[in-house]
Design a binder for this molecule. Structure first.
Ligand SMILES: C[S@@+](CC[C@H](N)C(=O)[O-])C[C@H]1O[C@@H](n2cnc3c(N)ncnc32)[C@H](O)[C@@H]1O
Length: 333
């Protein structure tokens, strides 16, 4: 392994989660399962329905049930949505199902760990076709008023047609959002600040502050050292970095060497994606632009410089979503 990689792993050892035997931790689960436990309890109590497996994490029990249950059972359980057709944006998870039970619970778990009540108005910013909103809707019914925003028109149309009880809007790549000041109690944004350039990230933090209620909370994910370790040690994920970033000769090691050098020197590393066409996240967005959208890695210290005054960090959890992304929670003071 390159000496620079070893040094990075050593320097950031405290921010990289390991198994007891020293292996990089790959499989982090929510500690609590606020959404899945509710849904499981209802399925178990419903005499019409076959029962999910008895053991395992609630998110995997439910996912396996949705994978194997006949369609009429899933519909009866309020879990009848299929993965959308290919022209609709969708991030596939470990199980080939629409609902993202694990990450929805992960987000709720983190919010609850920070003492935040799951109620009021919730916005999923960068919601894609709504795989998290659908789980929230199924679990919380009318206890949460659910909103989504994403620049991909086709995803939003599909979501509004299929995920009943959530209301989603097409946003622009740049602020503002078509929402009122102080509209939301909670905002979540998974795998969005992992893509924004520092300047877009700053602009959108200010917009999150505007639409959050005073005392409201915003949870988002970033690529931090655990994610870098996963790329170095396990080659996960293994994107074609050259194709993503337009550096024709850029190998994985070349990209990662540049990343660790910049992370150390500046506290962040941003590489814009090469072009819209390769990008499942962008090619569905009208007039999409890659200048401010790519791969972004950020240190906790640099991240603090991106936040406007009045947004305070109240939670940080390492390597949580996708077993890679760090999760931050900020509060509008
Ligand atoms: C990696 S996906 C994550 C989707 C979703 N949060 C999830 O976990 O399934 C990134 C999403 O960001 C959306 N996106 C792209 N540019 C954006 C922008 N400027 N503002 C908000 N969302 C954006 C894409 O359309 C896509 O749905």
């Amino acid at each position: 392994m390159e000496a620079a990689f070893e040094e990075f792993l050593k320097e950031h050892a405290a921010e990289i989660v390991r198994e007891p035997d020293g292996a990089l931790c790959r499989d982090m689960h929510p500690r609590r399962s606020p959404a899945c436990e509710r849904i499981l309890a209802e399925i178990l109590a419903d005499e019409r329905l076959e029962k999910p497996e008895a053991d395992g994490y609630p998110h995997s029990r439910l996912s396996k049930w949705v994978m194997t249950a006949p369609r009429d059972q899933r519909v009866a359980a309020g879990l009848g949505l299929e993965i959308p057709p290919p022209h609709i944006h969708f991030v596939p998870g470990q199980y080939r199902i629409f609902y993202d039970f694990k990450n929805t619970d992960m987000v709720l778990d983190e919010l609850q760990a920070a003492g935040i009540a799951i109620k009021g108005t919730l916005l999923d910013f960068g919601c894609s076709s709504g795989r998290n909103l659908a789980v929230l809707r199924r679990a919380f019914g009318s206890e949460l008023e659910l909103f989504g925003a994403d620049p991909a028109q086709a995803s939003i149309d599909w979501l509004n047609e299929n995920v009943k009880g959530a209301s989603a809007v097409v946003s622009n790549q740049n602020p503002p959002l078509p929402f009122a000041d102080e509209q939301f109690d909670i905002i979540i944004a998974k795998s969005i600040w992992t893509h924004f350039s520092p300047s877009a990230g700053r602009r959108w933090f200010a917009e999150m502050q505007r639409v959050l209620k005073t005392g409201g909370h915003f949870l988002f994910s970033t690529h931090g050292p655990h994610d870098v370790a996963s790329r170095i040690l396990l080659d996960i994920p293994s994107p074609r970095y050259d194709r993503y970033t337009g550096h024709e000769k850029w190998t994985r090691d070349g990209f990662l060497a540049d990343l660790v050098r910049n992370y150390r020197d500046k506290g962040y590393y941003f590489q814009a994606f090469k072009e819209v066409g390769y990008q499942p996240d962008l090619h569905l967005i009208e007039n999409a632009d890659t200048a401010d959208w790519g791969l972004m890695f950020v240190s906790p210290d640099y991240l603090k410089t991106m936040l406007p005054e009045g947004l305070s960090i109240v939670g940080r959890s390492v390597g949580r979503t996708g077993n890679r992304h760090d999760l931050y929670i900020v509060r509008r003071d």
